[in-house]
Design a protein around this ligand. Sequence first.
Ligand SMILES: NC(=O)C1=CN([C@@H]2O[C@H](COP(=O)(O)OP(=O)(O)OC[C@H]3O[C@@H](n4cnc5c(N)ncnc54)[C@H](OP(=O)(O)O)[C@@H]3O)[C@@H](O)[C@H]2O)C=CC1
Ligand SMILES: O=C(CO)COP(=O)(O)O
Length: 339
Amino acid sequence: MEKQKIAVLGAGSWGTGLAQVINDNGHEARLWSYNPEQVNEINTKHTNSAYLGNQKFAENIKAYSDLSEALNGVDGVLFVVPTKAIREVAKQVNEVIDHKVYVMHASKGLEQGTHKRISEILEEEIPQELRSDIIVVSGPSHAEEVAVRDLTLITAASNSENDAKYVQRLLSNNYFRIYTNNDVVGVETAGALKNIIAVGAGALHGLGYGDNAKAAIITRGLAEITRLGVALGADPLTYIGLSGVGDLIVTGTSPHSRNWRAGNALGKGEKLKDIESNMGMVIEGVSTTKAAYELANSLNIEMPITEVIYNVLYNDANLREAIENVMTREFRSENEYSI
Ligand SMILES: NC(=O)C1=CN([C@@H]2O[C@H](COP(=O)(O)OP(=O)(O)OC[C@H]3O[C@@H](n4cnc5c(N)ncnc54)[C@H](OP(=O)(O)O)[C@@H]3O)[C@@H](O)[C@H]2O)C=CC1
Ligand SMILES: O=C(CO)COP(=O)(O)O
């Protein structure tokens, strides 16, 4: 593949990690941030301390605060801002982009109010003549591990096989391996909804529950994610792939995960607003819980774990009582409910 110019929009931990992968692969990675101080730090010290500590990045990863400069002549645009900022940033891109580009995103969530997936927002905001089919980059990938080039396997999903293969070639190397997938709905819902379960798994840890409880929430969490996703048109098999069970394992079992850490703090009795202000990074599971809860209700889909997390986050429910309620609800067959 000849050298590509890629604008990475969002210079948080994941945007920076992906910019380094792109740079490692011999391409030009331009990191766009709306924070001029951060741009200055990346360009002069080659660190991004608020998100990735003291780690130094390659000097040729250049940061931009001017979006039109960052997008000038690029082959592709990779959105990695939090879900709540996707529509606003996509509108800005639409205002300045003047040629057709590959449009990729690596964010994980559902839009508040509309419950839309990120690719749906991007399709709405960037006209088809200016973009490829949307390509979703998702899977088990803690930014801090990718940033130190630890082995990572993830998925690039698109309705267009060629566009997914473009991202496979763009991002793959000897530590980062990409699999293509044609199930955009499955891959996006898996990435968004696993954050809810990660909050729950962290909460169980914070409350002192053991490995059995954690395996249970991951497994039954996957069942309810699958149930909602299939109702939206996903292939159930996607959920046993990298973006499904893979990402649930990585976020549902690890203190690297901000969602897991938020849940752990909730389990230890901290208040949500304190957890959010202390994290300094996005905890997507909080807003996704609300969107998924509303969406599931509107489709009449049972998501008991999501409901517990929703009641704890938004109705100040007592965590232990909420767990007791879900444990003692009407009996179910696993076969009936596995998908
Ligand atoms: N970190 C990870 O390991 C992974 C994260 N993801 C997903 O990637 C997405 C981004 O996550 P991550 O990088 O971790 O998040 P961070 O919180 O680390 O960074 C997000 C970045 O986007 C910036 N930002 C926020 N709002 C806007 C806006 N309106 N316009 C421009 N920039 C904005 C933030 O700036 P500021 O902080 O100043 O608001 C920050 O620089 C999320 O959806 C997450 O789920 C996916 C896989 C792995
Ligand atoms: O999605 C992630 C890893 O695949 C990152 O999860 P957190 O946002 O919980 O850190």
